[in-house]
Write a protein that binds this ligand. Structure first.
Ligand code: CP
Length: 313
């Protein structure tokens, strides 16, 4: 049976703005999508006749492909807009591109953009539902939802878990969305990293801040590593990647600071040997591949929930 319907949002622009029941509703819906995705026959018809456009201004492997698969599994017509070969390269603005696509009457646009706030801007301009697939260093809501689903399935709960989010917190939309979501579901979240990669005022989000892995990983149930986002860095934030790995890269020695049954996560793409060692990324405590599977399920849940709120949904 479908979970009680408690999701009334028109768009999914961030975790900020969702209440606990809405988050839980999406996670429960995603559980159903996991079951569907594990069947031989993976199709449902809940988005039959609907059009989904993936509009990615930044590179993506996991998010774009999983939204495409999710849309197709739900019966939607899915178009991946190739920005690299589009008129964006001739100087067309985000809004002009969006208005052009809007005229083709899509039902849902999934957008990734380097500027924080891009998805919110788009949502004010178009007639359809908008999903934020990552906007600058602001939010990546479906990543946080898939992370929460992965944690809940492996630990049986989220409440009262110690979650350590480690590395380049400053440039991370994944960290921000996860802090908001996991805190809303009762986890104790801490962030760990060098002070140069820690946003000022991060403690105002209700997290504890640590600058060594030994202290930050103590008693952690979940160790969530972040990618070092060199493409967003405009100066020297770390002395060298070798030095960074020595102090903040997760290897077996540092993982031993956490609980013996701690689980390791990474949103991907990973920089092996920079923020995570291969022995840990591919080891028994790693949930990284399962996160990818949960990504499709969570995106099916989000599309289904938003489709219900479309006109005639
Ligand atoms: N985690 C994540 O957003 O991965 P992609 O950049 O491959 O979509």
């Amino acid at each position: 049976m479908s979970p009680a319907y408690t999701f009334s949002q028109r768009h999914l622009l961030g975790i900020e703005g969702l209440n606990r029941l809405e988050i839980l509703h999406l996670l429960d819906l995603a559980e159903e999508a996991v079951a569907v995705s594990r069947q031989v026959q993976k199709h449902k018809a809940s988005l039959a006749g609907r059009t989904l456009i993936n509009l990615f201004f930044e590179n993506s492997t996991r998010t774009q492909s999983s939204f495409e698969l999710a849309g197709k599994r739900l019966g939607a017509d899915v178009m991946n807009m190739s920005v690299a070969t589009s008129s964006v390269k001739k100087g067309e603005t985000l809004i002009d591109t969006a208005m052009t696509l809007n005229a083709m009457r899509p039902d849902i646009i999934v957008v990734r953009h380097a500027q924080a706030g891009a998805a919110h801007l788009l949502a004010r301009k178009v007639d359809c539902a908008v999903v934020n697939a990552g906007d600058g260093a602001h939010e990546h809501p479906t990543q946080a939802l898939l992370d929460a689903l992965t944690i809940r399935r492996n630990k049986g709960r989220i409440e009262n878990l110690n979650v350590a989010i480690c590395g380049d917190v400053l440039h991370s939309r994944v960290a921000r969305s996860n802090i908001i979501l996991l805190s809303a579901l009762g986890a104790r979240v801490r962030v760990v990293g060098p002070s140069t990669l820690m946003p000022t005022g991060i403690a105002n989000l209700g997290v504890e801040v640590y600058h060594t892995m030994r202290e930050g990983l103590k008693d952690a149930d979940i160790v969530m590593m972040l990618r070092l986002q060199r493409e967003r860095m405009s100066g020297a934030f770390i002395p060298s990647t070798r030095e960074y790995f020595r102090f903040f890269g997760l290897d077996a020695e540092k993982l031993a600071y956490a609980r013996p049954d701690a689980l390791v996560m990474h949103p991907g793409p990973m920089n092996r040997g920079v923020e995570i060692d291969s022995s840990v990324a591919d080891g028994d405590q790693s949930l990284i591949r399962e996160q990818v599977e949960m990504g499709v399920a969570v995106r099916m849940a989000v599309l289904e929930a938003l489709a219900r709120n479309l006109p005639n949904g």
